[in-house]
Design a binder for this molecule. Structure first.
Ligand SMILES: NC(=O)c1ccc[n+]([C@@H]2O[C@H](COP(=O)([O-])OP(=O)(O)OC[C@H]3O[C@@H](n4cnc5c(N)ncnc54)[C@H](O)[C@@H]3O)[C@@H](O)[C@H]2O)c1
Ligand SMILES: O[C@H]1[C@H](O)[C@@H](O)[C@H](O)[C@@H](O)[C@H]1O
Length: 361
């Protein structure tokens, strides 16, 4: 691999623009060479101020172009999830290292096509953007689970609250776009696959846009019987919150609660609510993207793999069916291909996770 990654970022929206700035200002060993967006004005705005970076309307044009320092040699995919399949297949065809924002794809069948294409290549090229594995608090909780200092992990209570949803956010996306993070982090924390998903629709908020039933209560079970419940509430108005309480045989651990300065002022006390994922997970995205760049320069991946993307896509598919039926839906995975038996060189900030080298229990 070359000295530096010359990265093409596909999609310059909320997440893509954030990754472009991160790659440009904070990530070592990588530079933004191209930005691709169907909205060419948006791509042009994203490359402004980045010397040598060029804007394109399609990945094919960017891959063909002779840029400063040579052709594009790595890709970050930050388009909406339903568009990932095609972008992944094109980048795999060119054998490029890929950081693909979550979800890998929204359903098991399309995710399996990606796993098959990567197998044909014979090496892992895809890292999926499950950034919570790189969050210091989730990593610490993962360490506690594996150390067994508090005995066995028994239950997880997860809160996932967003202030509101962008236009086009469907009812299925509460599962595919949001709870997909819990599917991944539960696999990461327990080192186990998820075996079933159930979704209960209770009283709905009047603040939810037409077509969305919000909030929803998701019940998840793992191989050894760890139970997790998730409140997914994506129009919660007040701000952004991702928090988990873990119940162990010998203690209770909370992560993701309110932090920051506690201020008393003008007869009131309190702190600030995190406004969005950018502030809550900014540090985790930095660690995630640096891990990807470092590993890509060595010819590998530095985090969750295409297998993790497939396994979570299967959970999403079960979750969407469970939204419809209200019943408990089993998650059935195809056998794990040998390519993923060793796993990524690190599957999170402390190299733990399902299929991580030597770290899963
Ligand atoms: N890890 C996280 O916490 C996190 C946070 C936000 C978003 N995401 C993920 O990032 C991805 C993008 O989400 P977003 O919120 O930035 O979306 P967005 O709608 O803000 O941006 C998407 C961009 O893709 C562009 N686009 C659409 N079709 C395209 C095409 N065919 N080719 C090139 N560009 C195209 C759009 O013009 C837009 O600029 C999604 O997969 C989402 O789930 C992850
Ligand atoms: O795309 C976003 C992002 O993944 C956030 O981390 C999550 O909290 C939101 O629910 C989701 O819509």
């Amino acid at each position: 691999m070359a000295e530096n990654l010359r990265v093409a970022v596909i999609g310059a929206g909320r997440m893509g623009a954030d990754h472009i700035q991160r790659l440009h200002t904070r990530i070592h060993g990588a530079e933004v060479a191209a930005v691709i967006d169907v909205d060419l004005d948006r791509a042009n705005a994203a490359v402004a101020g980045i010397p040598g970076a060029r804007a394109f309307a399609t990945p094919a044009e960017a891959y063909a172009a002779e840029l400063d320092g040579g052709k594009v040699n790595a890709v970050v995919i930050a388009t909406p999830g339903f568009l990932h399949e095609q972008a992944l297949l094109e980048a795999l065809e060119l054998d490029l290292p890929i950081l693909c924002e979550k979800p890998l794809t929204p359903d098991a069948e399309s995710a399996w096509k990606i796993v098959e294409a990567e197998q044909k290549l014979g090496r892992q090229r895809i890292q999926v953007g499950f950034m919570r594995r790189f969050d210091a608090e989730y990593a610490a909780l993962g360490g506690l689970v594996r150390s067994r200092d508090l005995g066995e992990l028994l239950m997880l209570h997860c809160r996932h609250r967003n202030p509101d949803t962008p236009p086009g956010f469907t009812n299925e996306m509460l599962i595919n776009d949001s709870v997909v993070h819990e599917f991944d982090v539960i696999r990461y924390l327990t080192g186990e696959e998820i075996t079933s998903v159930q979704v209960r629709l209770g009283k709905a908020s009047s603040k939810a846009p037409e077509g969305q039933h919000d909030p929803q209560h998701v019940l998840i079970e793992t191989e050894s019987g760890v139970l997790a419940d998730v409140e997914i509430f994506v129009n919660a108005q007040f701000g952004y919150e991702v928090a988990t309480q873990a119940a162990f045989e010998g203690g209770i651990v909370d992560i993701g609660g309110d932090g920051g300065p506690y201020v008393r002022r003008a007869g009131r006390w309190g702190g600030e609510v995190t406004p969005s994922f950018i502030e809550r997970f900014g540090a985790a995205y930095d660690v995630e993207v640096q891990a990807w760049a470092d590993a890509a320069l060595r010819g590998g991946i530095g985090g969750p793999s295409a297998w993790d993307g497939y396994a979570t896509a299967a959970c999403c598919e079960a979750g969407v069916e469970a939204q419809r039926t209200g019943g408990k839906v089993a998650v059935v995975l195809k056998p794990k291909p040998a390519l993923y038996a060793v796993g990524a060189e690190a599957s999170g900030s402390d190299a733990a996770g399902v299929g991580a080298a030597g770290a899963a229990r």
